[in-house]
Design a protein around this ligand. Sequence first.
Ligand code: AQP
Length: 332
Amino acid sequence: MKKIRVFSGIQPSGDMHLGNYLGAVKQWVENQDKEKENFYCIVDLHAHTILRDAKELRDNIRSLAAMLFACGLDPNKSTVFIQSQVRAHAEACWLLNCVTPIGWLERMTQYKDKKEKLNSISAALLDYPVLQTGDIILYDANEVPIGEDQKQHVELARDIAQRFNNLFGETFVLPDPIIPSVGARVMNLSNPLSKMSKSFDEDESGVVGLLDDDNSILKTIKRAVTDSGNQIVFSNDKENAGVNNLLGIYKVITGKSSMQVEKDFANAKGYGVLKESVAELVLGIITPIRAKYKEYISDPQELDKLLEVGAENARTISEPKVSEMKERMGFI
Ligand code: AQP
């Protein structure tokens, strides 16, 4: 039987944070123990829609690769590679641009949000979801494990793939977004109404970076915005967003049910206990990852070798696929 194929990506737009880990990368690592074929991509072409500094990008790419391996991606179980090293991605993007109505892109929430925040925007920012569509469908991915913020983009990828299939014949598998039931949207601890983000966080003091030291992580969590009440229960009220976020982090790390989580804090007086428990759990995850990261980042040549093996493997699948696209579209 054909294995389920999984594809997902992460931008080298800054240091990985707790949201990236709990929303996406944790699932990627867990997928390796299932009967699945895994492709995980450092989407550097995407990062350049915003990032402008060449040295920063170069450093970020290696740092993110070291971080992904440190989190547990195993080059023997997953194809881990850099997007720009596999040319089929950029080529597929152009071909898919030709079949994507511009209105579909202008409706994307992320594009609209970023447009508001930036002084000038590139054509690439609007085109971002088309490049992302190519990333996914070149591998005939069945599943795309992501945080909630990317759901709309994967749904668009399905629509673009379907449109291509309708126009030129069955070419692509339609991918499904796989979003974890908890941890899918980790919020900024200082501003719990906005998602934790690498490059777009106006409130950096609320971001838990995987490379932050223990003291700053403790500080970030202890300073987390809560509310004036003292009930430690899940709730969808805006006023309770901070407590909800901390409880969500606690829940995803412990794997407990919501009821069990609330029980754990039923007798707690004030939010201090919740913050301490969350900090302990977060440090328990990050400390060993940081130690492994230091090993990987200290050997850039070995890192590049691992990434080249990944790119080579990715090419064997994506190059024939892009050739098939071109043939179906009439290129000779
Ligand atoms: N706060 C989050 N909670 C849960 N999952 C999240 N993801 C991102 N933020 C959260 C998921 O992480 C994967 C990689 O996405 P990314 O590289 O786009 O991450 P980012 O931190 O959001 O990066 P940027 O540079 O700040 O980009 P924008 O603002 O463009 O997203 C994805 O699966 C994502 O869902």
